[in-house]
Design a protein around this ligand. Sequence first.
Ligand SMILES: Cc1cc2nc3c(=O)[nH]c(=O)nc-3n(C[C@H](O)[C@H](O)[C@H](O)COP(=O)(O)OP(=O)(O)OC[C@H]3O[C@@H](n4cnc5c(N)ncnc54)[C@H](O)[C@@H]3O)c2cc1C
Length: 468
Amino acid sequence: MNYGRLNADLIEELQSLLNIPVKYDEESLDRYSRDETAELKAVRPEVVTFPVSTQEVSEIMKFANRHLIPVTPRGAGTGLSGGAVPSYRGIVMSFEKMNRILEFDEANMMITVEPGVITGEIQKLADRHNLVYGGDPCSSESSSIGGNVAENAGGNKVMKYGPTGYHVYGLEVVLPSGEITYFGGKRLKDVSGLDFVHLMVGSEGTLGIVTKITLRLLPKPKYSVALLVPYPDIDTAIAAVPGLMSGSGVVPTSLEFMDGSSIRAACSFLNIEFPYADAGAHLIIEVEGNSKDSIFDDYVKLGEAAIEAGGLEAFVADNRNTRDKLWKARKSIAEALAAISPVHSMEDVSVPMANIPKLIKRSEEIAKKRGLEMIAFGHAGDGNVHVTFIKGDLPQEDWDRNLPLAEKELFDETTELGGCISGEHGIGIKRKKYLASIVDEAQLDLIRGIKKAFDRNNILNPGKIVDL
Ligand SMILES: Cc1cc2nc3c(=O)[nH]c(=O)nc-3n(C[C@H](O)[C@H](O)[C@H](O)COP(=O)(O)OP(=O)(O)OC[C@H]3O[C@@H](n4cnc5c(N)ncnc54)[C@H](O)[C@@H]3O)c2cc1C
């Protein structure tokens, strides 16, 4: 594709459409040239725009079509697959100034927001009204709801509430042509036409630009209790997971695991103590309920099942303070890793829950064979594991050669176990070359066809998910 380039005249024309000054100084271009994906080459845009309204977004897209300039939407840049990193320079469209809560509709238990709102703000607002927003990525304090919708972000409460897409009911979308449309609404049922809402969710900013989002809220359970269960080794912890629910008859809100290295990295990063910090692995199991008796019953059953499966103890965090401390450690692992072992590759494979033990075993074998260090943590209850390869002391050229081999082997094993290569972080640039190994040619053709139907000129986030 021969894209146009932004000369001074075009930048002036673009600026005339917008309220906030565009940026193209070296420092800004550098800042918007990457996200949080380690091991990904930064690519500078030619200009960064900060639209403040749907109309401005639409004007930018019409401008981009007139001059064939690629546009990369950007939320908070916390992505882990390179979705907000431009593949072909052009315009980065940042949503940091479109960050208003537009409507809090308590009667319908719906909230409508602009895409740049930080997810944690939605959670806190809902909480103040005794409601809950069920989306909860570990990055909730730093990622934007627009980015969560575009990635169908998962996180810690998927077992009970499902990923982001389960909460999205209405979307205002600027199509790549610049036309403005609205998919869905506040109604809970809608089979009038195709389900465009859920085609947009998880489309990684390649089909349209989300400018308003209507989310469903749910009644907030009165009580939550978290259990922390250390295990002697990761195999025992992981093997315990599939039986926990069937053994206890309880579906927890969260069921997370962290291997020993992950927890030690988080503790050293946060400078905190953790019970059984030298254990091989920990599970965090959280339950919610509306009566003290029923929640007590639930966590006792889960705790007993966890210990029966080899747990060393079950610590009960039944007040906000201790629960927050526990979650802080879990949520800091990715950040700790970036600080302590900056050269790493965090994967996001997802398998049917009962296959997690095999997945971890095979990942360890792959890491050993390729001379890489490895840690693993993630959302055990939904089968989503962040197998993370670390360079450690390996010479750079060995890392460069062995990492792609290890990734390919990991993805092949995952596929054999009935899994997929990304459970929540998306394909983006990082996993594009591996998509064909899990999706057949007929599906790849469909993806390309849908992209072409939405974006004739291939100007919206080109170079992501598939190449045309
Ligand atoms: C420490 C840490 C922990 C994390 N934990 C989790 C986790 O538990 N679960 C999880 O799922 N992810 C997690 N992530 C990954 C990341 O936070 C999510 O993918 C998040 O949804 C990205 O949101 P963002 O606002 O930063 O989007 P960005 O990174 O800016 O963009 C992500 C994608 O969304 C597109 N996009 C952004 N805004 C729009 C819009 N308005 N319209 C259309 N497309 C748009 C971009 O083009 C890009 O393709 C974590 C990341 C970090 C750094």
